[in-house]
Every structure is written in C-alpha cells, then in structure tokens.
Design a protein around this ligand. Structure first.
Ligand code: PGA
Ligand code: ZN
Length: 412
C-alpha cells in the first residue's frame, strides 16, 4: 500500500441545474484513484466560504469554473504531490495555508473542497475501508433518518409560496430501507393528491413537486393527506418539517420585516413570523423548522428558540453555514438546537468534521445536507452515517437518489 499522492486532475462538469462545477480526481503512487465533485446552492448564506466563478458573461452566464480548475492544476496539485493521502488534516491545512484568506476566495472553496473530498475517498480505497467507515470508524454504524423535501417552493421553484421546503420525516420507521420506501410511497400518493386538485406535478430543483398551492397550510394538508393515503400514520411514523429559508424574504436593509412576496405580500415582523410558526406547530406534527429567521436576525432567532426550542428541532443553515465560529456563537447565546451540515459551505472535510463534533458535544442535532444544485457524487451519504439525519431532496431525480441508494447499499 502506497498512499502517496502522485497526481491531481480537475475538470469543469455540469451540475443538476446545468451550471458548471468541479470534478477532481486524485491518483496515488500505487495507481489507485478516486473522484469527487462539489454541489452549488441557490439560497446561499452570506457567510459561506466563497466558490470561485469565472465571472465571464460570455461563458455559462459568468458561472464557469475554469479559474478554479486552473488553481488546482497550478497551485494545489504541486503543493500536495508527495503528501500522504491518509493525512486528511495535513492536506486540508496545507490548502488553507496556500489560500491564505478567511473565506477561501483566492483558490475558491469549490476547488479546495473537491480536492479534500477526493483525497478522503482515495485514502479510504487505499486502506480498503468503505468511505463511511474510514470517516467514522466503528461509530458509523447506523444510517440516518432521511428528510424528504416533497414540495419545493421559495427560490427552488415557481410555486407561489415563500417558504422553500416542505418535508416529510419518517422518524418512526426502521430500518433505512423502510424509511426510504415510505418517502417514495408518500411522494407517489402526493402526486395523486395534487392531480385531483388539478395542480401541476412537475418537479422543482430538489425533486419535489412545485404546485400552485395557495398557502403553507394547504401544502402541509396535502402532505398529511398523502401520508395517510400511503398507509402511514402522521405524527407517529411520519412527521413534517419546514425549511423557511427566511433569509431569502427578509429585508435587512429596509424595514427588517419578512416579506411574503410570492403569496400575497404580507410583511411580517419577527414576532409575527414566530407566532405563525407557533400556530403551525400547534396544528401539525412538525418536528423541525430550518432557517425560521434570517441569518441577519439573531434577535429573532433568540425569540424563536425561546418560543419553540423545546418542541421541535430549530435548524441553523444559512445562520451557521457549517462554520464552527458561528455555531459557537449560537451555542453561547442559546440560539437554535440543530445545524445543517453542508461541506461546501465551509470548504474542507476537516472543518466539516470539526463543526459536526462541536455540534454533537453541545447536544445540537446534525443534519447532513445536499445543495439544490447537485451532482451524482454520493459523498454526503457516507458522511451522514456520522449523523442522525440526512436531507437529500425528494426520492426523485438521479442526483438525489444517488445519496439514498448509496445508503441502501451501505445498510442492506
Ligand atoms: P440551497 O438550499 O442549496 O439552494 O442553498 C438548500 C437549503 O436551503 O437547505
Ligand atoms: Zn436551508
């Protein structure tokens, strides 16, 4: 076994939205090789690590990643050649030093992450362990509970609802294969429910439907009907979850209100929005609310946590951006009780694992997550073996199923 890095090659590929992203292949001295590619978000947090985009309007509307590919060829590859691929931390540290900026804007978080993940995958191959076992050791023994985003709205579709995601969570179903089966059966039952209402069953960016439902309540009602029709018990076997992605409709520079523009133009204060969540939690079996307030509204987040923190998961996505510094601030201020884990928000595997460890040690629940723009890379499925939850979209579209099917492969 020779785990010395011999070659690193990167290329521009396209993600599930048809936007450019990076795929990197790492080859070891013994000839073993592995690839990884990185996803991209649409409702990105302001403090996420910066992905490098060419900005050339003549190519892919400025979204090309040729400069990031060049950074890997010219800067990262020569620096990592000869290093030991099993030294993940040393390799990630070397790339951080090479970049030298706070938000990875010199080399690009997309460039750095693609190398970081490909290194882990090839190292796992070299030591002949499945990736999840390499990442989590004997601790990685239980597949996570999936959170299926069955109705896509907000910035992920044209559906006239401001909240971004309406999920089902088969928390009471085991093993993983039964939870996945439930996700698929409810997804298909929901299609019939929507068709009967004369609504579209075309899907949004994360594989869920994007119907012209008139309200949040109507979306939740449709999910409850579908769960029952598929033969499952809401509130016992299957729960509901929301990702409001509230930062996408918050006016931070203006009146500091939440403007529900897609659905009638109400402008809610933080307190009014929190009252709406409290009503929803009262009336529906909701077990999780993500980004219930904007990442610029920490005061709102504090009130939200005080109001509902004992009743459901309050998940910081744009709020924490998988960054230990923001999570630490949340822990100190008693804000939220769960955190979304997206490796590309922070940019290296080592930092992602640090954030997960910090969360777990302070009883914050972790949810490993995809992005709205994905590839068929299933790295996060293996990573989710270290977490109680995974969020990877509806059980529809290949780039979403790549994650769920990988978990089947691990667990069955
Ligand atoms: P994004 O959305 O990948 O478009 O940022 C996913 C989420 O908000 O959870
Ligand atoms: Zn989110």
């Amino acid at each position: 076994m020779n785990t010395t890095i011999q070659q690193i090659k990167a290329r521009e590929i396209l993600d599930s939205r048809g936007n450019p992203t990076i795929e990197t292949e790492v080859t070891l001295a013994d000839g073993r090789r592995a690839r990884a590619s990185v996803p991209g978000g649409a409702s990105t947090g302001r403090h996420e690590a910066k992905e490098a985009r060419d900005g050339d309007p003549a190519r892919y509307g400025g979204k090309g990643v040729l400069q990031a590919v060049e950074s890997i060829r010219a800067a990262i590859a020569p620096a990592l050649q000869g290093m030991d691929a099993t030294d993940q931390r040393g390799i990630d540290h070397c790339m951080l030093e090479l970049d030298g900026t706070a938000h990875k804007e010199r080399l690009g978080a997309n460039a750095i992450l693609s190398v970081s993940l490909a290194v882990a995958r090839v190292a796992a191959r070299a030591v002949e362990l499945p990736l999840y076992r390499y990442l989590g050791g004997v601790g990685a023994h239980r597949p996570p509970c999936p959170m299926f985003n069955l109705i896509n709205a907000g910035m992920h579709s044209d559906a006239p609802i401001d909240f971004q995601e309406f999920m089902i969570v088969p928390r009471g179903l085991n093993p993983f294969s039964e939870a996945l089966r439930c996700g698929s059966e409810v997804f298909h039952a929901l299609r019939d429910v929507l068709r009967a209402k004369g609504l579209s069953t075309a899907v949004g960016d994360e594989g869920g439907y994007a119907p012209a439902l008139r309200s949040v309540q109507e979306a939740l009602d449709a999910l409850l009907t579908a769960i029952s029709r598929a033969g499952y018990r809401p509130g016992e076997e299957v729960f509901l979850a929301l990702d409001a992605a509230a930062g996408t409709f918050y006016e931070s520079d203006g009146d500091r209100r939440y403007h529900l523009r897609k659905s009638g133009d109400a402008a809610l204060s933080s307190a009014e929005l929190i009252a709406l969540y409290a009503d929803l939690v009262e009336g529906y079996p909701i077990c999780s609310i993500e980004d219930g307030c904007a990442d610029e509204d920490w005061e709102g987040w504090l009130q939200l946590t005080r109001a509902l923190g004992k009743r459901c998961m309050l998940v910081g996505d744009d709020l924490f951006v998988t960054n230990p510094l923001f999570l630490q601030r949340g822990i100190e201020q008693g804000i939220a009780n769960a955190i979304l884990i997206k490796p590309n928000q922070i940019g290296t595997l080592s930092e992602t694992l640090d954030t997960m460890r910090l969360a777990t040690s302070h009883a914050y629940t972790t949810i490993v997550s995809h992005r709205s723009g994905e590839t068929c890379d299933s790295f996060i499925a293996d990573l989710s073996m270290l977490s109680p939850f995974i969020k990877a979209g509806a059980p529809s579209r290949g780039e979403r199923l790549a994650k769920y099917n990988r978990l089947l492969e691990i667990s069955v």
